[in-house]
Write a protein that binds this ligand. Structure first.
Ligand code: ZN
Ligand code: ZN
Length: 257
């Protein structure tokens, strides 16, 4: 019997990741330096304490569900059916970043279409409304989902593990990267470097303003990491770039004062 505490690892990792990567930005932007970052604030109001508490409660539930899904795959015979490889030399080293990128693209695609479905009026209230209670989101909102949505969101774990040959370390890095982007999307502040607006990356990557507009308007910007799907499907907010530039101008103007 090889039963040890490694069974609890996905749970511990998920909880630590949430409180660390959502907690530190919250501390910096909402507690320690809100005045310093005022020029970066996307919406003028500030969410209330009760919003933060609700977001944390639901997010903890989501971390438990994601951990449970991961544990169900990693510690049961299902593991045999995944494409996880344990020897790093099984694939060339360039496959590590490529597999992570493929996982991110797969997640973005799954998320976009799932997101479109759960915005359908027939299920929106039951499944997705909880997340949209955060009209002015904070980092704590990153995992703030209703139980049903948490289960659906957690399906990214089997999607990646069953489809993409990936090392567990790469999968771990993937989960860190996507959580950081998720927190950035819910940060409530735009912190992308100013050069970003003029670069090619602006054309393909989402920003905090992009996802913030989804929270404030509900009807557009369904993408998670990339602008691809929103642009292809015509669901990007028509004022997105104008809104981004407005905040960028404010940030530049203030920095010269
Ligand atoms: Zn939504
Ligand atoms: Zn959101």
């Amino acid at each position: 019997m090889k039963e040890d505490i490694s069974y609890a690892l996905p749970l511990v990792i998920n909880l630590v990741r949430y409180f660390l990567f959502a907690g530190i930005p919250f501390l910096i932007f909402y507690i320690l330096f809100p005045t310093f970052f005022k020029k970066n604030k996307i919406q003028t109001g500030i969410a209330k304490r009760k919003d933060f508490i609700r977001e944390i409660m639901y997010s903890v539930q989501t971390t438990l569900i994601i951990a449970a899904v991961a544990m169900t795959i990693l510690f049961t015979p299902l593991m045999e059916y995944t494409r996880i490889y344990s020897d790093l030399s099984d694939y060339p080293s360039w496959w590590i970043p490529v597999s992570i990128l493929l996982a991110i693209i797969a997640h973005d695609t799954y998320f976009y279409w799932l997101h479109r479905v759960i915005h359908h009026p027939s299920i929106y209230k039951k499944v997705h409304l909880t997340h949209h209670k955060s009209i002015n989101p904070s980092p704590w909102a990153s995992y703030s989902f209703h139980f049903f949505e948490s289960v659906l969101e957690a399906m990214v774990v089997p999607i990646v593990l069953f489809l993409i040959p990936i090392h567990l370390y790469s999968f771990f890095i993937f989960t860190i990267i996507i959580f950081i982007i998720n927190v950035y999307g819910h940060l409530g502040y735009e912190v992308a470097p100013k050069w970003f607006r003029r670069s090619f990356l602006f054309e393909v990557l989402n920003t905090s303003v992009h996802h913030n507009l989804h929270h404030s308007t509900f009807t557009s910007n369904f993408g998670l990491y990339f602008r691809f799907w929103d642009r292809i499907m015509g669901t990007e907010h028509p004022d997105y770039i104008r809104e981004y530039d407005k905040i960028q101008e404010r940030r530049i103007a203030k920095s010269f004062e």
